[in-house]
Ligand binder design. Structure first.
Ligand code: FUB
Ligand code: ZN
Length: 650
């Protein structure tokens, strides 16, 4: 819960954050120069952009989920590209890109129907299907992404070409759905519109958008069940079907609709949907001051982060329904941990952080960003992981069965939600680093660069110098026009057991409040705060109920989770055993994987050679070997092969 004297914060917009470091800047540059254009070209090639012409001219042809193209989610893919491109334009103007964005935005606006409806699938190929299956058909999900795109485009350009059509679409949606007599009591099967409505409320100040978000959230899971009513209206006998596994998508819990949201205590169902819902819930709770709804968010947060999250910050334990399963079921080799779910978790964490000011939220956001999110895109920027596994054997037949789960990143997917989600996240990454409110500035993540924060009516600039995440020393220098009184909050990361602080070269004793050091004073230009975060390599162990990692150890240094790759360690990674007392050495390798700290350690390789019976009494003779671990986020950028996060320990 927030301290009584804590004032909710807002993220400092990414346009006031300069990133100038060796870790994120190259990834952002690759995003801008390679990945955004790549997603653009794939959107052109596959017909996604042209689908807004409503001519049903799709070069791919074919059917998706038993429906004619364009598929039910294409609007969302294009919307995410517009969002990414708009963010990119806000920091690096590019006339060609700006022209392309305007062209697509105008095309989308022109595709709006006379009654304000806007959706390529239903308008083009299934006009009678409009609003007949909210459970499965993504209409409100697409609307949500288009709203986010409209906000991003408006904020980057000041141009209302997409914002105004989306506002009239929202008003049309609000005239269709709601608790009032004559309206349908529907809500989306794939959440997204809730958080988007919070966003457009913040941008426009129009309270009706927050109210609609609030309605969608509180209607969810109530009885009589809307998805059952819809199903009856379609004359389909597919209500909340529980048979396993082909009907998994029909279950109410997969859509987080098994109970009203305030009664939900565990994260259920499709992990991306869950993350987007919880983000929307937190946004509505903070926006309306609804303590009961925020309490539900806290309960769900505890369940996700203490029982259902991978060490990489990935969520979603199975590809069957792309969903959560039960507490402590976190298999490494059959994980799902979709890149979109990681992004959803970062956004939910950030929303909770702004409302409550507790560093636990920033700890999780950091864990995800540096590990299970960043793994989603290659260093070259043109291939992607949909599922982010923690253990990979490319020989395993498992991979042959699922298009989205491969032991290597892929250039595109049938359902291509993750690549455009990655580009919008990287393009606006600065929004996760700092917060501001009327009393001061909070530094959540440590990244070389600069921030210009608004503290009430004062403008303060902070310069940050650090080699984080490879080194834990951080220097923050004030750049102020005049002496200014404000709070500086510095997060002491949850992974750090030894943090020292200096102000203007003098050591300072410090205490933390909700994980932040609070420094209040009249700051002068040139004042410098230095934080020294000890960053040894740590051995991390899981709760013994996580059976796939019991008896194993993971290596972590600072926020970075490590893994072993076959290319460094030969095959048979599961035959390696790390002695508990083996010394762990960290070494920065400029020429490796874009420049990373690697870890080396002596280990034993156990087991028999091949050529003996499958089972025998011979345990084999252990051999000693030196193994090398690399950051999990950059695995899979060299030769294909095995990968392992949780290593046997003895
Ligand atoms: O189409 C929506 C997206 O497809 C979901 O968010 C992903 O998990 C995938 O199911
Ligand atoms: Zn995805």
């Amino acid at each position: 819960m927030a301290s009584p004297d804590f004032h909710p914060m807002s993220a400092v917009p990414f346009t006031r954050v300069v990133i100038n470091d060796q870790f994120w800047l190259p990834r952002q540059e690759t995003n801008r120069k390679i990945t955004i254009p790549y997603v653009q070209s794939m959107s052109e090639k596959t017909g996604r952009f042209d689908s807004f012409k409503l001519t049903h001219a799709n070069p791919e042809g074919g059917w998706v989920f038993g429906m004619p193209n364009p598929p039910i989610y294409w609007d969302s893919d294009v919307a995410k590209w517009i969002e990414a491109a708009s963010y990119s334009l806000a920091t690096h103007f590019d006339a060609d890109l700006a022209g392309k964005v305007e062209e697509i935005v105008e095309l989308i606006a022109a595709s709006q129907q006379d009654d304000s409806y806007l959706n390529v699938h239903f308008t083009t190929v299934d006009p009678d299907g409009r609003w007949t299956n909210l459970r499965d058909l993504h209409e409100l999900y697409c609307a949500g992404h288009l709203i986010e795109a409209a906000v991003a485009h408006f904020e980057a350009t000041g141009n209302r070409t997409l914002l105004d059509p989306m506002i009239s679409y929202i008003d049309y949606i609000a005239s269709t759905f709601g608790p009032e007599p004559g309206k349908r009591r529907g809500y989306p099967g794939h959440e997204e519109i809730e958080l988007a409505l919070v966003r457009i409320w913040k941008t426009t100040g129009e309270r009706r958008f927050l109210d609609l978000a609030s309605y969608f959230i509180d209607e969810r899971g109530k009885l009589p069940h809307y998805f059952d009513i819809e199903s009856d209206e379609r004359n389909e006998d597919d209500k909340n079907v529980e048979e396993w596994p082909h009907t998994i998508g029909l279950r109410h819990d997969v859509k987080q609709a098994h109970l009203p949201v305030r009664e939900q205590t565990t994260a259920e169902g499709h992990s991306v949907r869950a993350m987007y819902l919880y983000d929307g819930m937190a946004g509505v709770a903070a926006g309306t001051g609804d303590e009961g709804l925020m309490a539900a968010c806290r309960t769900l947060w505890d369940n996700v982060t203490n029982r259902r999250m991978y060490i990489t910050g990935g969520v979603g334990s199975t590809s069957e329904g792309e969903r959560f399963t039960v507490d402590h079921d976190l298999p490494s080799d059959t994980a799902y941990a979709e890149t979109c779910a990681s992004i959803g978790l970062v956004n939910w964490a950030t929303r909770m952080l702004q409302a409550e000011g507790d560093s636990h939220y920033a700890d999780v956001a950091e864990r995800v960003l540096y590990n299970g999110f960043l793994s989603g895109v290659s260093l070259a920027g043109d291939t992607f992981f949909y599922a982010n596994l923690l253990e990979v054997d490319p020989q395993a037949p498992y991979f042959r069965r699922r298009e989205r789960i491969k032991p290597f990143r892929q250039g595109w997917f049938d359902t291509a939600c993750c690549p455009p989600n990655v580009i919008r996240t990287l393009a606006a990454l600065g929004r996760y680093f700092y917060s501001e409110n009327s009393t001061g500035v909070a530094v959540h993540l440590y990244v070389s660069g600069e921030v210009t924060a608004h503290v009430g009516d004062k403008v303060v600039t902070l310069k940050q110098e650090t080699r984080y995440p490879w080194d834990g020393d951080v220097a923050i220098t004030m750049e102020l026009d005049q002496p200014t009184e404000f709070d500086l909050r510095l997060r002491i990361p949850g992974w750090c057991n030894d943090a020292k602080l200096e102000i203007n070269d003098s050591p300072v004793e410090h205490q933390t409040d909700k994980g932040y050091v609070l420094l209040h004073r009249v700051w002068k230009s040139g004042d410098m705060v230095v934080l020294r975060l000890a960053m040894p390599v740590e051995r991390i162990y899981s709760d013994r109920r996580v059976s796939s990692s019991t008896g194993k150890v993971a290596l972590q240094r600072g926020p970075i989770v490590y893994c072993l790759e076959e290319v460094d360690n030969s095959t048979g990674l599961n035959a390696l055993v790390l002695p508990r007392d083996a010394e762990l050495h960290s070494n920065f390798e400029e020429s490796q994987l874009g420049g990373v700290a690697t870890i080396s350690v002596s280990a034993q390789k156990i087991g028999r050679d091949t050529g003996e019976p499958l089972y025998s009494t011979n345990p084999g003779k252990p051999t000693t070997t030196t193994i090398k671990a690399v950051p999990y986020a950059v695995w899979g950028n060299r030769e294909q092969g095995e990968m392992l996060v949780w290593i046997n320990e003895a």
